[in-house]
Ligand binder design. Sequence first.
Ligand SMILES: [Zn+2]
Ligand SMILES: [Zn+2]
Length: 338
Amino acid sequence: MKALLLEAPEKMEIMEVEKPTIDKDELLIKLGYCGICTLELRLYRGDMEIYYPIIPGHEASGIVVEKGEQVLSAIEPGTKVALDLVTRCNECYYCRSGKSNMCENRFKKGNKVLGGFAEYISVKSTQVFPFPDSIPLAEAAFAEPIACCIRSLKNIDITLAEDLLIAGAGPMGIMHLEAALCMGARVFISDPDKIRRKLAAELGAYLAIDPAAEDINGVVKEHTGGRGVDGYIITSPAPEALGHAFEAIARDGRVNIYTSYNEGAALSIDANTLHRNEYLITGSEGRTEHDFLQAVRLLSFGKVNVKPLISKITDFENIEEGMNAAMSNGTYRVLLKP
Ligand SMILES: [Zn+2]
Ligand SMILES: [Zn+2]
């Protein structure tokens, strides 16, 4: 089969590799689509290293083509699935205490991980999440990033009838928006890009604010009776987004730093401000199996619309162009179709 192999930073090639075979408790999947996410971009640029060579790709969907005889679930060949390809060890303290997103062995050598940039993949049955036939495979590939947004929203306990501000209306900002609306929040979103603000508004944002032209904190306070928002999620690494955090939130407000920063980004806040206001500051990393299941169900129920996020579909031959497109501001998600 064909696969894209990353052999060193910026050295990704189409290779003929052996088509995987399955163990008794595994399934063989013919891959449908795989999103090009920040993780793949970081691997490609060499900002992050797991091991070489590696087949990248962790936002994948596909169709079951073969089922091992010891697979207990009723899943049959022909079923559409989303794949959990950030493999966990299921042995460490975090895996066993329900926080597998913190798994200590996730990216350790010897742990087969990612693999979505290929024609086929073999996976354990626990890595597979079935979709109804009615959901297009390209949309099923969004289960993974939506699961990360669900984790992020849970980390700051977003709940019914709360106000949330999302900094950044890129793909992750939009997916946060849609998941937060499912949780019953009223959502403010900020982004300097007019097209991104327009899409956010169409998908249900209460207000889409231009941080370059408007005073975010003033606008938010005006609409929340002077109180500020209950939750603030930073999906953009722009330093201003971090800077606004403690001005836009209410007393007892919660902040989640969802984005990662290439260079260190220090938070400067007076400890007394935290003490007096009971602010909660957290981050979020990945997702658990439960988050994944919930993302699959939201997509299956038609509660989130990811169609507008598919900016481009690329293939093996044009992967470099696809990677470049994924890095540009004008796109949401670029999907690889093996
Ligand atoms: Zn991702
Ligand atoms: Zn673990």
